[in-house]
Design a protein around this ligand. Structure first.
Ligand code: ZN
Length: 263
């Protein structure tokens, strides 16, 4: 059987085993609760990082210093719940953000999932505060409103549209983003460019939407209920997407045809 590792002398039979081992080292909950220090050393994590993570393929000496580091850059705000702290590795005299889930399941290319994280960063860094309307959850009126919920279009719909636009109209940008993800020090190149047509599309769909402030609990319920109605929503969203794509890209392109077929 093909084993994973060895990392610091340990081998793993399955990705799940590796994941369990790494999450015990990373100890997210304990560190956020300050039961363990934010910073720590691990050779195992470092060796697994340079063996499997797409950004560290070219690195030959395993870094061993890790930590949940304060990260106040709104474009790279990965962990809303993590007190603004993000999993990072100390590499070439600076802290680089990474996800250990990409050690467990290595990426081979720019995936929709990566793009969805990018959208979440844009949303949290640029729009979430602006769309917040209430301190209390408007659904239960009982708990603090920690989240802003996209009523229409849903964030999933916005991501779908922008992902289609990225693939059909801006393949160069997709390659550029993937290249930046393969370089651990290229944080800035991973960002949204405020004036790029894709950013304009994302921002316009976001700006024109309707929102409500919800607690985490109600947000989960609303999102689940809405997923059932998604077909209906997509129909009414069609017209506005076609208009916006016409604004940012050539008319009558592949994306238009595909969106029409979808609706
Ligand atoms: Zn609520």
């Amino acid at each position: 059987m093909r084993m994973i590792g060895p990392y610091d002398g340990e081998r793993f039979v399955t990705e799940r085993q590796l994941k369990n081992r790494l999450s015990s080292i990373v100890a997210y909950k304990d560190r956020m609760a300050e039961r363990k220090p934010y910073e720590f050393e691990s050779l195992l994590l470092g060796e697994a990082l340079i063996d499997r993570h797409h950004a560290f393929k070219a690195v030959t000496v395993a870094p061993t210093r890790f930590g949940f580091v304060k990260n106040l850059d709104p474009d790279l705000h990965h962990h809303g719940r993590g007190k603004g702290r993000t999993m990072s590795v100390y590499f070439k005299s600076q802290w680089c953000i990474f996800s250990y889930h990409h050690i467990v399941s290595p990426l081979q290319g720019y995936t929709k999932k990566l793009f969805e994280l990018k959208c979440r960063d844009r949303w949290q860094g640029r729009w979430q505060k602006e769309k917040k309307s209430s301190h209390m959850c408007v659904r239960c009126r009982n708990r603090l409103a920690a989240d802003v919920d996209h009523i229409f279009p849903s964030h999933a719909q916005i991501r779908d549209v922008c992902w289609t636009a990225l693939n059909d109209h801006f393949p160069d940008l997709k390659h550029q983003w993937w290249a930046s993800h393969q370089d651990p020090l290229a944080g800035k190149a991973r960002r949204w460019n405020d004036t790029h047509p894709l950013t304009v599309l994302y921002d316009q769909l976001t700006q024109q939407g309707s929102y409500q402030s919800l607690c985490k609990y109600c947000h989960r319920i609303e999102t689940r209920n809405r997923a059932k109605d998604r077909t209906l929503d997509s129909l009414s969203l069609g017209a506005s997407i076609k208009y916006l794509l016409g604004e940012v890209a050539q008319p009558e392109t592949k994306a238009h045809t595909r969106l029409r077929e979808d609706s």
